[in-house]
Design a binder for this molecule. Structure first.
Ligand code: GAL
Length: 667
């Protein structure tokens, strides 16, 4: 039986003992300090290929044997990594085809990481081979709990092999050149293709503008990562069918359709690097919460793993501010509250040299445990040991925000209206926040997910519709759902072909009871205005000019030649309701609309705790109260709770300082 939860919260992270192989006394220090820090999981071998196979066909596993045994003896389980993220120099030198070719047609030299061709049969074979050897050797090792496949799959290759693979992929996708020419609207600028070999990946010095080509390339690259992954895991499945596999995702990284990829991993995991300490911390917390919710929702509410996070600062932004004391622990608790079964760091011990030597780590160059960061991590570990009851507990919400990778690609690709300001992720977070900040849990779903069971779905800027989406939305609303759409809803199909006959597409005109005739773009220094419920709102970046054919007009523009026309509408359709928010507003606009809908439809917070600006999130029996604001906050408890960490009862008003949290259970 495959086990994807471990009856405890995993606490650990990237561990690179191979960097310290010549000072093995450090390994023993690591074991001692891991016990102090309540570490129970170590991710090993991510970039170890050249240590494992220093020459072609020559394998050195003894160091890994030793470290696996040591970890096991110290109560630390292993997340064992496959090393394909970075290859040995000998491999690149002997088989140059494994290296990536850039958009400019030039093959990269050996260096960095994530620098491999996704198609190269040689690389795939070499990866399968080293993975097989790892699986063969460790399949019975008692420390092995999970496979970490490669590292943060990303990027693309433009070599001749990839061009050919792209053409083969297109042939399967479209069947004939005639269909492709129609779908890509190739009559434009004399772009008719008469032979598959005329097609190339999109690039500046070639064809960067045909949006359907760009979307196809995105899909192809995403699928290439997936087939690369399937090649990687074949030997793991063969030798360790009971050990789950994952690969670490990155936020809403737009190079891979994670909604599709997640179906092939046994547990979803992601690397979390919020930009604490710069700008608005509460906003960063909301964005991070959204991403956690997206990864939890992918598996119908099942827990995910936070595979990496920094225990301190990072080193790769322009200015790498140290997070405030307590922020690491607060951020860890946020992950748990939103469904993570782990808190893991990059990395355990700071590298001594090279590129990441100043990246935060649990153990600093000073080498001992008497540092603020180490003590904070150790404290977090001790807290997590008291939270093992939440491990494995998932949850679903009554409200969802629709975020879809392919829609993101389509929004980024088109040319028109406002080419400066288009922020799909930002818009999704904007419509997520009104629920999140009131303590209403939210799922993040894609167009393919089941809509049933949600009382309300907000689908900001649902510009592209996959086949069947209009009918799916119509059925959802007809059956009683509340659906919130915004400007640019239902404009194009999956090939970025505009829908004819008026938008939003097809039956959506009936669902919303509106017809969208035009779109205006607003320069940043000349916002427009709209009024709803007697309150004036700024209209920013983009706004649709719509006709309310059947809908009730709730708000109207007050400026420009379209003053007096609808800016916000609501329509009863079947048993449900569809709201059209025709413009991009500030947060307050989304907040007021959602507050109205929550009230009308009885969408209540998950608890009755009055928390103001403090976030409250319930997971199983545990209520997490998290203060991401920069002020001390009052929280009013509606009844007596038990504080999980102190085991004290608490009631009435509690004070929560910045970066502080409470975990409560109801008696
Ligand atoms: C991650 C990566 C790690 C490490 C870390 C530094 O994206 O997976 O290997 O480089 O960034 O923040």
């Amino acid at each position: 039986m495959m086990k994807t939860n471990w009856d405890r919260i995993l606490h650990g992270g990237d561990y690179n003992p191979d960097q310290w192989i010549k000072t093995k006394e450090i390994w023993d220090e690591d074991m001692r300090m891991m016990r102090l820090a309540h570490i129970n999981s170590a991710t090993v071998g991510i970039f170890s290929w050249s240590m494992l196979e220093p020459e072609e066909g020559v394998y050195h596993f003894d160091w890994l044997d030793e470290i696996m045994d040591k970890l096991y003896q110290n109560g630390v389980s292993v997340v064992l990594s496959t090393p394909s993220g970075a290859r040995p120099a000998w491999l690149a030198q002997k088989y140059p085809q494994v290296l990536r070719v850039g958009e400019n047609g030039v093959r990269n030299e050996f260096g960095i990481r994530h620098n491999h061709c996704l198609t190269s049969p040689v690389y795939r074979e070499k990866v399968r081979n080293i993975n097989r050897r790892l699986a063969e050797r460790y399949h019975k090792h008692p420390a092995l709990q999970l496979w970490h496949v490669s590292n943060e799959y990303c990027g693309e290759c433009h070599c001749a092999l990839c061009q050919q693979a792209f053409r083969d992929w297109l042939r399967k996708e479209y069947g004939s050149l005639d269909t492709l020419n129609d779908a890509w609207w190739n009559g434009f600028w004399s772009h008719q293709i008469t032979d598959w070999s005329q097609i190339h990946s999109p690039k500046e010095r070639g064809e960067p503008l045909v949006t359907a080509l760009r979307l196809s390339w995105k899909r192809f690259v995403s699928d290439s990562h997936l087939s690369f992954f399937q090649n990687e895991i074949a030997p793991l499945r063969e030798w360790t069918p009971e050990i789950p596999v994952t690969t670490n995702f990155m936020k809403m990284y737009d190079g891979i359709d994670y909604n599709k990829f997640e179906r092939y991993v046994d547990i979803v995991s992601w690397d979390n690097y919020p930009e604490w300490g710069t700008g608005d911390t509460a906003q960063v917390a909301a964005e991070t919460a959204f991403v956690h919710d997206a990864f939890r929702s992918m598996r119908g509410g099942q827990p995910f793993l936070m595979m990496e996070s920094t225990p301190s600062s990072i080193n790769w932004r322009d200015v790498n501010k140290l997070p405030q004391p307590g922020m690491q622990e607060l951020s860890a608790m946020q992950a748990i509250a939103h469904g993570s079964d782990s808190v893991q760091y990059f990395q355990w011990r700071k590298s001594r040299g090279s590129h990441e030597k100043y990246h935060g780590a649990v153990v600093d160059h000073c080498g001992h445990e008497h540092t603020r960061v180490f003590q904070e991590v150790a404290h977090t570990g001790a807290v997590l040991e008291r939270l093992s009851a939440v491990a494995g507990v998932g949850y679903k919400s009554r409200v969802a925000v629709l975020y879809d990778w392919e829609n993101d690609w389509a929004i980024k690709a088109f040319c028109g209206f406002n080419n400066q300001k288009r922020d799909y992720f930002g818009e999704c977070v904007k419509w997520y926040k009104p629920f999140y900040k009131r303590g209403v849990s939210v799922d993040v779903v894609s167009m393919e997910d089941d809509f049933e069971g949600y009382d309300l779905i907000a689908a900001p800027v649902l510009y592209m519709l996959k086949p069947g989406t209009e009918e799916k939305i119509a059925a959802y609303v007809r059956n009683g759902g509340v659906f919130v759409g915004t400007y640019l809803t239902g404009m194009v199909d999956r090939n970025d072909l505009c829908f004819l006959g008026g938008v939003p597409a097809g039956v959506l005109k009936e669902v919303f009871g509106v017809w969208h005739e035009d779109t205006d773009a607003l320069p940043a220094d000349r916002p427009g205005q709209a009024v709803f419920n007697g309150k004036t709102y700024a209209v920013r970046d983009l706004c649709d000019l719509i006709h309310a054919t059947d809908a009730q007009v709730l708000g109207a523009y007050t400026q420009d030649f379209y003053a007096g026309t609808p800016a916000l509408t609501m329509h009863h359709y079947g048993q449900g309701q569809a709201v059209y928010a025709a413009f991009c507003g500030d947060d307050v606009f989304a907040d007021d609309v959602c507050a109205m809908l929550m009230q009308q439809h009885g969408i209540d917070p998950d608890t009755r705790i009055e928390s103001g600006d403090v976030c409250v999130r319930k997971r199983g029996d545990y209520i997490f109260v998290l203060n991401f604001t920069e002020k001390t906050q009052h929280v009013r408890l509606d009844k007596t709770y038990t504080d999980v960490l102190t085991q004290q009862h608490c009631c009435g008003d509690i004070l929560l300082e910045p970066c502080c949290y409470r975990i409560l259970t109801a008696p």
